[in-house]
Design a protein around this ligand. Sequence first.
Ligand code: FES
Ligand code: FE2
Length: 381
Amino acid sequence: MLLINNWYVAGVAAELGDDPERVTMLGCDFVLFRDADARIHCLSDLCVHRGASLSVGECKNGGIMCPQHGWEFSGDGRCRLIPAGTKTPTEPPKRARVPAYPVAEKYGLIFVFLGDLGEDARPAVPDIMPEWDSGDWHKGVITRRKDINYLRMAENYNDPCHVHYIHEFAKWLPKGVTIIDHELTDRYVRAWHAAWDAQGNFGESSGLMMEYDVISCVSRNTNYQPEYPSQIVTAYVTPIDARNTQIHMVILMPKGETTSLDGSTVRGATAEEHEMMVNMTRDTVMDEDYAVLQTTRPRQAASTTEELLVDTDRTLVQVRQMTLDYGQKHGGIDTAALSELEDTHIRVIPCPGHKSDPKNWVHKTVPLLHGTGRGKLQAAS
Ligand code: FES
Ligand SMILES: [Fe+2]
């Protein structure tokens, strides 16, 4: 299910310069741009005049100008200038606006809230990487696009058992994995897997912590080994649509000594070791996952009654369930209905402006799955 009313990573902040950028998420197009103060804004990418893509226009006067007839939109989505008209200047009508979405910057990433919840009702972007700001960790970011459903990707990041089979670096290690601790809320799961250490020993002082937060669809894997610097691999999966996913992965390794789970001191990593880890993950590990994931059917997360699941699959079952529950509460897109409309209509993700002022919009909002979230606006659209 593609969820609305959730935060998604739309890009890397340092990569957004003076030119607007198009991003596709949840099957819809958005434009990211910076205003005169370099603040980032996210609007629906399609101009309400005649449907041109704002992202091929240009940033102008702190807003964005449509490439086709020069209408200018502010960061709040309102059109403030229609240069050609019967009167001069033409006063833009109230409906001359495109949806505008809340933006947050965190961990060097651009997060966009795709939904209509007002500020008070909106969840916060999860604090899943408190190490980020300390200055004590080497940091690296990898961005990859894959033609895999986003939830399939998230399942992979929360599956401790595939590691020993899919990944060359771990094939020689013992194959057993045991969940020894487990924490679950309605939007978050954390599982501690005792698995292996570099010496091939089992033990509760080494292993893999896997966490998932349905807010922003983020997985965090923390890998502890007795004599090797720990690695934190955080992966955000943003659905481009139901079949394609944009991955933003952040890899941290400690610069100095850290304490392991059993209280022992572990040395820090060199910059070279961290760089090697980032390169290996980007060039080898992610493709090893992909080679198998692209063969998995069905393409979207399966029904649990059509698979034979075992205890070590517990976390991914919870990932699926949390997603369904969140969609039930806050809205899930009817992707089949949306793709039927694609060639003849524009549909947009609802934004907070739809809730505060439901009238005076040109583009209708995306169809939602029956019974998910939001009766009122759904009926109105
Ligand atoms: S299509 Fe954008 S100004 Fe005409
Ligand atoms: Fe993997």
